[in-house]
Design a protein around this ligand. Structure first.
Ligand SMILES: O=C(O)CCC(=O)C(=O)O
Ligand SMILES: [Fe+2]
Length: 324
């Protein structure tokens, strides 16, 4: 089974929508990408990601040990500890989201997520040569809950199309790249995507308004530097981050947008993996249970087509810098 879209849009409607790049097909011996060298192939794959396309791997590009998968699927654990989303923070080598009483599961889960994080990092580093090392390794996560009908606050709902923006981890224009693995042996993970940031971002810039230029006088600059130095809350949030967060919320709040925006449905089968820039692919998860994920914050400077980045699009509209 492949992640072929379950509704094929006519050409006129597919404009401005994310496309699927099937890596098994794209790298098979008969296609042009297969014959070019490793570095050129890496650039091509990055350009596909930057065009807000989905890189799809029908078969997992690295192994998840069968006994680890069994544990994650809940067959060999003893408590209900693994019945909620859990994050792994590579920089601190620790997991969050579990209670003290769940220490035994936490220890094993930490090792499994650490291994996944390291494998994903090695795999992306080898594949996406322009980005290798030009990133900050963000969190990995385990998603054991059935997504269909999962209750959540409006802004936390992942079944409504949105661009990602993490209020606690501002990127200042760097990009959010996420690698997902469906570890469910039977069930597809189902996504809907809508228009790309390039297609719809300007509309939100107009309706929500962009932050005005920051004052460049020495006193204002000094105050900003001081706020950063003393870790004043919000001091590291750029005007870009503010906008992206408002945009994320507005997309979820706007009932007309959520109901009328064009949507394409994707089915990611058991054992498959995929990756997208979730700050430019508007996405929603509709169904599925048991996924692993690793997030990378890729330096804006490492983009092969920097003019397509959300920050570049917004800065062209604003006429001034939105970073700090
Ligand atoms: O879990 C998924 O498949 C994607 C959910 C999502 O939109 C997110 O984590 O930002
Ligand atoms: Fe998301």
């Amino acid at each position: 089974m492949s992640a072929a879209p379950s509704q094929v849009l006519p050409q006129s409607q597919s404009e401005g929508m994310s496309q699927l790049v099937d890596l098994q097909v794209a790298t098979s011996a008969s296609t042009p990408v297969a014959s070019v060298d490793h570095v050129a192939r890496g650039r091509w794959l990055c350009s596909q990601l930057e065009a807000a396309n989905i890189l799809f791997f029908p078969h997992a590009p690295f192994e998840i040990a069968p006994n680890d998968r069994e544990f994650l699927l809940g067959r060999t654990q003893t408590s209900s500890a693994l019945h909620k989303n859990v994050a792994y923070r590579p920089a601190e080598d620790r997991i969050t989201g579990l209670a003290k009483s769940e220490e035994q599961e936490a220890a094993r889960l930490r090792v499994i997520l650490k291994t996944y994080s390291q494998n994903a990092t090695r795999f992306l580093g080898e594949l996406l040569t322009p980005y290798a090392g030009n990133w900050k390794l963000d969190f990995a996560s385990f998603r054991p809950l059935e997504e269909r009908g999962r209750p959540a606050r409006l802004h936390a709902r992942n079944d409504l199309p949105h661009f990602d923006s993490f209020p606690t981890r501002p990127t200042n224009g760097d990009r959010i790249l996420r690698f997902f693995s469906n570890i469910n042996p039977k069930q597809n993970r189902v996504w809907a995507t809508s228009q790309t940031f390039e297609a719809i971002g300007p509309h939100f810039a107009q309706t929500l308004g962009l932050p005005s230029a920051r004052s460049n006088n020495p006193v204002a600059r000094g105050l900003r530097d001081l706020a950063k130095a003393i870790h004043f809350p919000g001091a590291r949030r750029s005007p870009y981050d503010d906008f992206m967060h408002r945009c994320h919320n507005a997309m979820k709040e706007d009932a007309t947008f959520r109901e009328t925006c064009p949507k394409q449905r994707w089915e990611f089968p058991p054992g498959s993996s995929w990756m997208v820039f979730t700050d430019s692919v508007s996405h929603a998860v509709l169904e599925g249970q048991y996924a692993l994920e690793q997030t990378f914050l890729i330096s804006r400077a490492a983009m092969v087509e920097p003019q397509k980045s959300p920050i570049a699009i917004l800065e062209r509209i604003a006429g001034h810098s939105l970073s700090i």
